[in-house]
Design a binder for this molecule. Structure first.
Ligand code: GLV
Ligand code: MN
Ligand code: MN
Length: 426
């Protein structure tokens, strides 16, 4: 069955939904929507309303993931999962995450309306913790859905000292219910996500859609450098144990390591907290984060070892202490080859070539790959800009991506993927 698609109508509906969701923020001046906040609640309610209007059965799991189910073959039939996230970074763009949820809802709404009756069901998922901006955890909602949520992360605290456990309780969730958020792997066919590219390749190639080959592995570290507070006017330079220049030197070392790498490694020191933080006091303690990513897990691990060695060398030379702890570690996830092909064929049905791309950005698929095969469709964004309010994807490209998802689902009549998970997951 070939469902008629109106790409312009899908695109303008997607753009209107992006604006409506993008207006839900903690700040009137920018888009900031963190996990388990009142803004998350409002966004989840809006998404739930859209899902209901699309004819989906709405449910919310113990991590706040909104699930819109379309189960024409009954609740026990295997499911195709389509989703993305509704949390954002601070001062975010409107498309990162939100677009994938919206396109999933629009595609399934069209499929349901057309009366397709496959032997499987579809769940559209709106995860709440992909960015890892509020708590030291990242991907905790998709990890719960995949059945790999680490209970120890409940103790992690946000910048105000609120633990993930406390925030879940305040959100009306019971942490004891987390195991029930996990899908039964034997009942899941695949997880598919549409996401803005967040990079410049599709724009440079003049193509609206791309197929993701793999999601780069990532490590995140918290580095605590300790020195000694002192009077900024009286302690001679040679007698100081200033934590900040030590931390700065370590940050430069991270940059040097990534620049020297030959696998496209990227490293970012995105947060630095200086104590006591006074203009006239020598810093006694600095805590900073490192985010390190590479398509090569070996080179990422080597870089971590080298950074740890260099950080201790810098600290020793300056008479400082340093403690490094890893709080996020995911290996490179290859996308399932059969899903890549099916997404490519879906776009080809619409007359589009789909460049193959690796994703440097993290995605919920990293956690979902522990549950089932994962596939991702990238959508062109202007200037490759993301994690920035200037982020933009045109209505036309979103309409095309929604149409590609519809074609993908249509072709997905047989819920058997070619090849076993290992054979095809390359
Ligand atoms: C999420 O967007 C990440 O890649 O950090
Ligand atoms: Mn994202
Ligand atoms: Mn993001």
């Amino acid at each position: 069955m070939r469902i008629p698609v109106d790409i312009a109508a899908l695109g303008s509906r997607a753009a209107a939904m992006i604006e409506e969701l993008g207006a839900i923020s903690a700040s009137p001046d920018n888009l900031t929507r963190l996990f388990l906040t009142p803004e998350h609640r409002r966004a989840a309610d809006l998404v739930a309303r859209w899902m209901s209007e699309a004819g989906l059965v709405v449910d919310e799991d113990a991590l706040g993931t909104v699930r819109g189910g379309w189960h024409p073959a009954g609740p026990d039939a295997p499911r195709l999962l389509i989703g993305s996230h509704i949390d954002t970074v601070v001062n975010a763009g409107k498309y990162d995450g939100a677009m994938g949820v919206i396109l999933g809802i629009l595609a399934v709404a069209e499929i349901a309306r057309a009366g397709l009756a496959p032997s499987y069901g579809i769940d559209v998922l709106a995860f709440g913790d992909e960015e890892g901006t509020r708590f030291p955890t990242t991907l905790s909602s998709s990890a719960a859905a995949a059945g790999i949520f680490p209970p120890a992360s409940l103790a992690g605290v946000d910048g105000d000292g609120v633990s993930l456990r406390e925030a879940l309780l305040a959100y009306g969730k019971n942490p004891d219910d987390i195991p029930s958020a996990a899908y039964d792997p034997s009942k899941v066919i695949a997880y598919v996500e549409a996401h803005i590219e967040q990079g410049p390749v599709l724009e440079a190639e003049g193509e609206p859609l791309g197929v993701v080959t793999a999601i780069a592995g990532a490590s995140r570290l918290s580095v605590t450098v300790t020195g000694e507070a002192g009077h900024a006017g009286t302690v001679p330079m040679r007698m100081r144990h200033d934590a900040l220049p030590g931390a700065a030197e370590m940050a430069l070392e991270v940059e040097r390591i990534a620049r020297a790498d030959r696998h496209g490694m990227v490293a970012t020191v995105g947060r630095m907290h200086v104590e006591p933080g006074s203009v006239n006091v020598i810093p006694s303690r600095v805590v900073f984060t490192v985010d390190l990513r590479s398509g090569s897990d070996d080179s990422r691990r080597e870089a971590l070892t080298r950074f740890e060695r260099e950080a201790h060398r810098i600290a020793d030379r300056r008479g400082l202490g340093v403690v490094i702890s890893a709080f996020h570690e995911v290996a490179t996830v290859p996308c399932y080859r059969d899903l890549q092909l099916r997404l490519r064929n879906a776009a080809a049905d619409l007359g589009h070539r789909t460049p193959s791309l690796a994703s440097g950005a993290g995605h919920d698929g990293q956690a979902m790959s522990k549950l089932c095969p994962v596939g991702m469709l990238f959508v062109r964004c202007r200037g490759g800009i993301s994690h920035n309010p200037a982020e933009y994807t045109s209505p036309e490209d979103m309409g095309l991506a929604a149409a590609a998802l519809i074609r993908f689902i249509e072709r997905f009549q047989l819920p058997q993927l070619d090849g076993g998970p290992n054979g095809a997951q390359t």
